[in-house]
Structures are given as C-alpha cells and as structure tokens.
Design a protein around this ligand. Sequence first.
Ligand code: CA
Ligand code: CA
Length: 191
Amino acid sequence: MVCAQTVLVPMGATWKFLADGSNPGTAWRTLDFDDAAWARGPAELGYGEGDEATTVPSGTGSVSHFVTTYFRTSFVVDNSGRYSGLSGTLVYDDGAVVYLNGAEVFRINMPAGPVSFNTLAADSSEYEPAGFAVDAGHLRAGRNVIAVEIHQGDSGSSDISFDLRLEAVTREARAMSAAHAASTARPAARQ
Ligand SMILES: [Ca+2]
Ligand SMILES: [Ca+2]
C-alpha cells in the first residue's frame, strides 16, 4: 500500500517576515514568540529577480543589503502521532537555516556553528530547490511553528529568494495494511 502524504505547509503559503537589518537574537525561532508586529505576505518572498509574490525590504541601496531576513508561519496538527516522518522542499538564496518549534531541522549553504544576523552564507551562486527530511518527533499536537532565516552570501548580492513546502507521511497506510492482514488471517467467525 502506498503511504499517504499530507501537506502541512504548501508552496506559496503566507509567512510573517522581519526584514529591517535588526538583530532578533534567538527568541524569534520559538513556538511562542510574538510576531504580531512583523509584516506578512505570500511566498515566494524575496527581492531582486521579479518572480516574488511578496517583495521584502532589501536594505539601504543596491550595494548594502540586509544580511539576514527572517520568516515564520504556523500550522495545526490534530494528532502528531499519526505521522511517521516529514519531508521539506526549500527554495533559498543564498543560505538558510530552518527551525521547527524552535529546534534546528535543516541548514544549507551556511557555515557550521551558531549563526547571527550578520553571518554571511557560504557563497552566493544560483541554487536548485533543496529537499530535506525531518524527524516527526519535532511535531506537537496543536499549533506548530516553522521559522526560517535566509542569509545573503555578501551584502552586495542583488537578490534573496524564499519558499518552503512541508509534508508528512502518515502511519495510517501502514496501520490499515496491518489490520487487513490480521482480519484475513482470522478464521471466519460467522457461519
Ligand atoms: Ca543573493
Ligand atoms: Ca526569486
């Protein structure tokens, strides 16, 4: 039996964003951070290529862009135990770190170790969307928050891009298959 996939966050979702060059520390990644003051808009978010659904502020002129732009969105899960795994697809330029409920679950084109608002991406070339897997243990019942920081490779880079899809594989298919096997193995109860 084929496993069922549930899309938790689709491409083109609406995200809150912080794009002002400030240093938000680390609290912005967490589930309970209050992002009410942040702007919002649908993905793709970014600037510089003309393919953005939402153009985010880029900084003071073409030669000095903000190094880091921050994004958050939430989704609700009724029963986190029904998922056996998560898979993500990330559109990013230039580097990114992804957090689920405050825990880092993926980074790409970034240096190792702690990152800050002024940490540059490893380089600033062109990128294909990246796939990544996430342990379903990071999910919780109720509201979940996915938070992403996008870093420029250098402050003179002309663009940033961000979009993300997150989907889950359910345990249901496997459970149904096991139940079916059990029922067919049982002797007929009715005569
Ligand atoms: Ca760039
Ligand atoms: Ca773009």
